[in-house]
Design a protein. Structure first.
Length: 527
């Protein structure tokens, strides 16, 4: 049993203890890792979006039903049968440094940053978008080659945070100093950033929706989920973005706490924990090997032992929450060690003396090579890694675990491509164009965080995605997405494990939280 006391030495090493009672103008939230930077336009990484969401806005926001409502744009019109979108911007928005926000910021952000570095926005809009016009300071026009249905779902702060042109123009947005001392339009302004310790924000007095009720937000880095719970129960933290499964029932029964369950996260919504195969590695090029690995995986165990029932086994490559596109009745590989053995033996992977298979006539692999795969993952995904290693061991596959901090993981997986297998929380969003397309289209292979990790190439799949994105007919789109899912389930560039949900937990002194990026903007707290 963990002793829940601020005096505990282990806790004191992780964070400085704070009084259990604090002014009503302060919220302390726990985050699991240092984000590395605070520019959500150059990554879809959840850690950055969790830490930086309060600083920025999108043209729209998504309401409780995930429908677009005005934010930086006060209204819009869809023209030319869906091939042109005209946005009229709010005239009363200023950047945190006092410079007026204009249409030039929107055009610059998309053209110079989002379409280059944001994996989801780049994958979906790069080929479809004909151009962006800014005819005056308060008007932005998006022109498409063909009608484009899902644009309005792609313009919130998660998918398209708008950055200041006057700060970033003429510089490298990946290395700009403003990434660690940012300027936004959002409900909170940057104050300070102590790496691996905490990030501090203050309420924006000039926010176009009015100054938030809570004056200060402190994001405290507490890597251990258990220590986050300790901090919450000691009153040193007010808000947890997630709680450990074994602790959930007890915390939900605590009268001093409240909870909020959601599929919407700061880094995206409707997420699927996904195992990615590096198809550039000889050991994984044979689809029979990938299918054998898939037959070695029991998704139900992940729901039970990792999620503790908070989520569901994935039954298709597209989240079940995207109801019009989610396919049913697919031939997803089920747990079957006999089938895994037959497939591996047929490809030349023979049982070894220590239980790990060795190559005997495997194409591109030296005879006698052990079947060993290096598995890259965030440290917070350790429970997935441990269970996956145990499951693959039963099939004679040795999984070598390589936990990597988020910034290092991005370099290893998407730039150096120095991995065999990895696990990624791929958030699908509210439309496959948002978070699904980026995983499969060949144009999205490259050094873009959380893009096509498998390096999967299929010209038919590319063309099906293009067709689905350019039609407005939901029935036609449904059939196109079904065909995509049939193909990728057959070829298995990925294994789709579980659809996740998250339980936010917070102290009763606070209320009216939002679920994701602007979680504290509407909150109110008592002393």
């Amino acid at each position: 049993m963990i002793r829940r006391s601020c005096a505990a030495a282990a806790v004191a090493m992780v964070f400085a203890c704070q009084p259990a009672s604090r002014p009503d103008g302060v919220i302390v939230a726990a985050i699991s890792s240092d984000p590395g930077h605070l520019n959500p336009a150059i990554t879809t990484g959840g850690g950055v979006h969790t830490a930086a969401g309060l600083l920025y806005n999108g043209l729209v926001t998504l309401d409780g039903n995930l429908q677009p409502v005005p934010e930086l744009a006060e209204r819009w019109a869809v023209e030319d049968g869906g091939a042109r979108y005209r946005f009229h911007l709010r005239p009363d928005v200023r950047w945190h440094d006092g410079v007026p926000f204009t249409s030039a910021d929107v055009k610059f952000t998309f053209e110079q940053i989002l379409l280059r570095y944001h994996a989801r926005t780049r994958a979906s809009l790069e080929g479809a978008l004909a151009g962006i016009d800014a005819p005056d300071d308060w008007t932005v026009v998006f022109r498409f080659h063909e009608p484009y249905a899902p644009l309005l779902q792609q313009l919130d702060v998660v998918e398209a945070p708008i950055l200041p042109r006057h700060v970033y123009e003429g510089s490298d947005p990946l290395t700009h100093p403003a990434n660690r001392a940012p300027v936004g339009t959002g409900p909170y302004r940057f104050v300070s950033y102590a790496p691996d310790v905490e990030i501090r924000y203050e309420a924006n007095p000039d926010y176009f929706r009015g100054k938030p009720a809570v004056d200060h937000v402190i994001l405290r880095v507490i890597p251990s989920p258990g220590m986050q719970v300790v901090a919450l129960e000691a009153g040193e933290v007010d808000w947890l973005f997630e709680v450990p499964g074994p602790e959930r029932a007890r915390l939900l029964a605590d009268p001093g706490l409240r909870s909020l369950e959601t599929t919407v996260n700061p880094g995206g919504s409707n997420c699927i924990m996904t195992v990615a195969f590096n198809l550039e590695r000889p050991v994984l090029r044979d689809a029979r090997v990938r299918r054998a690995i898939a037959h070695s995986i029991d998704r139900a165990q992940f729901v039970e032992r990792v999620l503790f029932g908070e989520g569901r086994a994935a039954t298709a490559p597209i989240s079940s929450a995207i109801t019009f596109a989610h396919a049913t009745g697919l031939s997803m590989p089920e747990p079957d060690l006999g089938q895994a053995d037959a497939l591996l033996s047929a490809t030349g992977w023979r049982p070894g003396r220590d239980g790990i298979r060795v190559a005997r006539g495997v194409s591109g692999i030296d005879d006698g090579t052990r079947f060993s795969l290096e598995f890259a993952y965030f440290p917070t995904f350790e429970p997935y890694a441990a269970l996956l290693r145990a499951q693959l061991r039963r099939a004679g596959i040795d999984l070598v675990l390589r936990p990597l901090e988020p910034a290092v993981f991005v370099d290893v997986a998407f730039r150096a491509r120095a991995f065999d297998v990895a696990i990624v929380s791929y958030c699908n969003g509210t439309d496959p164009e948002i978070g699904v397309r980026r995983m499969y289209v060949s144009s999205n292979i490259g050094p873009i965080p959380f893009s096509n990790a498998a390096a999967y190439r299929n010209a038919t799949v590319d063309s099906l995605f293009d067709a689905a994105g350019s039609t407005l007919d939901p029935a036609v789109r449904r059939q196109l997405y079904r065909r995509i899912q049939e193909i990728v389930v057959d070829e298995l560039p990925y294994v789709w494990l579980v659809e996740t949900r998250a339980t936010r937990v917070y102290r009763v002194r606070c209320r009216d939280f939002g679920p994701a990026a602007h979680f504290a903007a509407t909150a109110r707290c008592d002393a």
